[in-house]
Design a protein around this ligand. Structure first.
Ligand code: GLU
Length: 313
């Protein structure tokens, strides 16, 4: 089953970080790519802080992300949205799915599922509570089917999953009442009229579950572009220093140029000598997706890595 893709509409893109830590180099790439794509399409670029999972959040991280985006010269459209404000709409979507019997309460604990089969997506829910369960506090799962859910990623080509075999019915509201990421992201992208999602490839295997929810809720499916992950020149994952650490607020121009380089835009040697707004103007003029097609990883050049690790003002 393929969703109705939004076409011919005014472009609205977004960057939707979770405040689980500061803006790091990997998330900067998603921010830069989604921003340049929106500007190239003469569209809007929205920022949404996905603060719906307090146990995983780091105090102050949301504000720190917003400060870093501003300092790096991103210009977002409209107000920044904090996802927790749409909790009533998230709950409404869960209620709709329950009413339509497309979702059901589940009392299974992690321990109950310890022996369940697994796939690269995690536990494959064996359907224990599909036909009813009696418990006071339950999670809510959405029913899945084994029809293929497919989409054409703008960079990574056609992707397809059979959800019933690959993930089984998945959680949309946790036992503690918190809304699961897949449901929150789908409802908010719809509320904000997002027409295309540009984000890291680590989220690509979540997309069929999100398209499934869009279909059940009657929402159009946006376009998708999953950008490669940045690695060390030797292909290793970025270290804690460069991979998870906050991007520095000193030496921003060099870091931004390193991001443009990682996105394979081939910035000129001396670009970092220019102002942030000149760098952005260059990036908007030179943005292209072709070099990223079918790439799942992009090495960050050794000299860019050095700049990232030793920022100078
Ligand atoms: N909030 C998610 C994260 O930071 C990303 C959501 C998305 O881009 O769809 O991993």
């Amino acid at each position: 089953m393929t969703g109705t893709t939004v076409t011919g509409k005014h472009y609205i893109g977004r960057f939707a970080p979770s405040p689980t830590g500061p803006l790091h180099f990997g998330s900067l790439l998603a921010a830069v790519a989604s921003y340049l794509r929106a500007r190239e399409q003469s569209g809007e670029w929205l920022v949404r802080i996905e603060d719906v999972d307090p146990p995983r959040e780091q105090p102050g991280a949301g504000d720190a992300i917003v400060t870093a985006l501003g300092a790096y010269g991103f210009e977002w459209d409209g107000e920044i949205i904090w996802q927790s404000v749409s909790k009533p709409q998230h709950d409404d979507a869960v209620e709709t799915l329950l009413k339509e019997e497309m979702a059901y309460p589940c009392r299974c604990s992690r321990r109950d599922l310890a022996d369940a089969p697994r796939s690269p997506l995690g536990i494959i829910y064996p359907g224990t509570c599909r036909n009813g369960c009696d418990a006071e506090e339950t999670a809510i799962r959405v029913r899945t089917s084994d029809d293929a859910v497919s989409f054409d990623d703008l960079l990574q080509g056609t992707q397809s999953q059979r959800l019933e075999s690959e993930s089984g019915d998945f959680i949309i509201r946790r036992r503690d009442g918190l809304i699961a990421y897949h449901l929150a992201v789908v409802v908010d992208d719809h509320l904000q009229g997002i027409t295309e999602i540009v984000r890291g490839i680590d989220l690509m295997d979540s997309t069929p579950r999100q398209i499934w929810l869009q279909q059940l809720l009657g929402f159009p499916t946006p376009g998708y572009m999953h950008i490669p992950v940045a690695t060390h020149p030797d292909g290793q994952k970025l270290s804690k220093l460069t991979g998870a650490a906050a991007i520095p607020l000193r030496g921003k121009r060099r870091v931004l140029v390193a991001a443009l380089d990682a996105l394979m835009l081939h910035p000129p040697e001396d670009l970092a000598a220019y102002s942030l707004s000149d760098i952005w103007a260059w990036a908007i003029n030179n943005w292209q997706i072709e070099p990223l097609v079918l790439r799942t990883a992009v090495p960050v050049a050794a000299n860019s890595m050095a700049k990232l690790e030793n920022p100078v003002s």
